[in-house]
Write a protein that binds this ligand. Structure first.
Ligand SMILES: Cc1ncc(COP(=O)(O)O)c(C=O)c1O
Length: 428
């Protein structure tokens, strides 16, 4: 009997790996940031030297092989300053995938532009060149391509299409820190790469974000946009000196990352690649087992990806693999067997309660007329992805092989149960 119906679960209470992970080194970094008496890049430095916020921006750029990195308080803020640095505003359209967290669309609204949703590949949930071409108008200025969950958008075709159309490209790598496409980190293919560093992410600072770029000009603009029009002084501040100087070439707001967050992130960054390798080992074991369960397969990864970052591991299933039972029920049954959340993707943005511009006066007065253009069509690729993909958090892959055996046993059990219901004709 399934655990959800009162049967014995596959896994009886053994804990799953905790996330986020930290140790004494993290505690020392955090205490040292506290003890510096410099909790903000906007505050002066009693001892002199660069802020942790600046050091993390530099370290994160280096990690990605990018020329410049800007630390911010959220991935959403990274999106806002990226759009503003590119000069995007009222009257412009930005293409956003229908399958993603709400922030890429809400960031476009926040700069006064229109997010035009585009459909996605049904197997990966990512935007494709074809979907971009279908969504372009003469008002389009940029595309936000999201590398979703455990895979990557097809960068070769996307870069070619975006450049041919004369558009800017922002890569949202909030779910793909460290993914490499043909040996190069994602986030370095477009004009700007943006990252969330929230608590659930593979690089976690609690709340946090970053933007990377190859362009000195975009970097300088993003610095001002994130710190009320201020940039860094030349060199390092002396004891008692401020590090930020007023420039004012473009008006900003305050999206600065706290020094405490930057301290935690400077501790976490060097751990990231080892954690990716461990998740990949577990993912390979899972994939070997999935090959023996008919109708189930991993979310595909484009062949040029030579290192994937797994934020949420995705398992695709054929429409009849669970006998037509709705995905919520399958996910609920698996969760009960395993004691860790297995869940469907969020609903596509055109149906999401998180994207409701008419509820806010700032957006409602113009968005209502534009709603049809923004989202007034079906998104069959996004709907298919949503109905046929089971996700799990990356921390599930940070344990040992027995965890994978439990996952496979739960999938086999729930699938067999669904099959027996179908055989009895109990499922419509
Ligand atoms: C693809 C994507 N973009 C942007 C964000 C927003 O990041 P934040 O929550 O740090 O503002 C997220 C957060 O989950 C995300 O997944």
């Amino acid at each position: 009997m399934l655990a959800i119906h009162g049967g014995t679960p596959i896994r009886d209470g053994q804990p799953w790996p905790q996330w986020p992970q930290y140790d004494e080194r993290t505690e020392r970094e955090l205490l040292s940031a506290l003890g510096s008496a410099r909790w903000s890049v906007s505050w002066y430095s009693p001892r002199g030297g660069k802020s942790r916020e600046r050091l993390f921006g530099e370290a994160f750029a280096r990690y990605n092989g990018a020329a410049y990195g800007v630390s911010v308080d959220h991935g959403s803020s990274a999106l806002v300053i990226a759009l503003e640095a590119l000069g995007i505003g009222p009257g412009n359209e930005v293409i956003v995938p229908a399958m993603t967290w709400v922030a890429p669309a809400s960031a476009v609204l926040r700069v006064g532009a229109l997010p035009v949703l585009a459909d996605v590949d049904p197997e990966t949930g990512c935007l494709t060149a074809e979907h971009i071409r279908n969504a372009v108008s003469d008002r389009t200025k940029a595309v936000i391509a999201v590398h979703l969950a455990c895979t990557a958008a097809r960068l070769d075709e996307i870069v070619q299409t975006v450049r041919a159309a004369g558009l800017a490209l922002i890569e949202d790598c909030s779910q793909a820190h460290g993914t490499r496409w043909s040996g190069r980190h994602v986030g370095t293919f477009g004009d700007i790469g943006v990252f969330s560093l929230g608590a659930a992410k593979t690089l976690a600072g609690g709340e946090g974000g970053a933007a990377i770029t190859e362009s000195r000009e975009l970097y300088d603009r993003m610095l001002m946009l994130r710190a009320d029009s201020r940039g860094y002084s030349a060199g390092e501040p002396a004891p008692g000196e401020y590090e930020l100087v007023e420039i004012g070439a473009i008006m900003g707001a305050n999206y600065c990352m706290s020094e405490l967050t930057a301290g935690v992130l400077l501790d976490q960054l060097p751990r990231l690649d080892d954690q990716h390798a461990q998740r990949e080992t577990r993912a390979k074991e899972l994939e070997a087992g999935l090959a023996d369960i008919s109708g189930l397969a991993p979310v595909p990864v484009p062949e040029p990806v030579d290192r994937r970052a797994i934020y949420e591991y995705g398992i695709r299933f054929l429409p009849d693999a669970f006998g037509g039972i709705p995905i919520e029920h399958i996910a609920g049954a698996l969760t009960a067997e395993l004691g860790t959340r297995i869940y469907p993707p969020r609903v596509p943005l055109h149906r999401s309660v998180l994207l409701r511009p008419h509820t806010k006066p700032r957006f409602a007065h113009w968005h209502d007329q534009a709603a049809e253009r923004a989202a007034g069509r079906p998104f069959p690729g996004a709907e298919h992805y949503r109905d046929h993909t089971l996700l799990m958090h990356h921390s599930v892959l940070l344990g040992d092989r027995t965890d994978i055996e439990d996952l496979l046993a739960a999938l086999t059990k729930v699938r067999a149960h669904a099959e027996s219901l179908t055989a009895k004709g109990a499922v419509a």
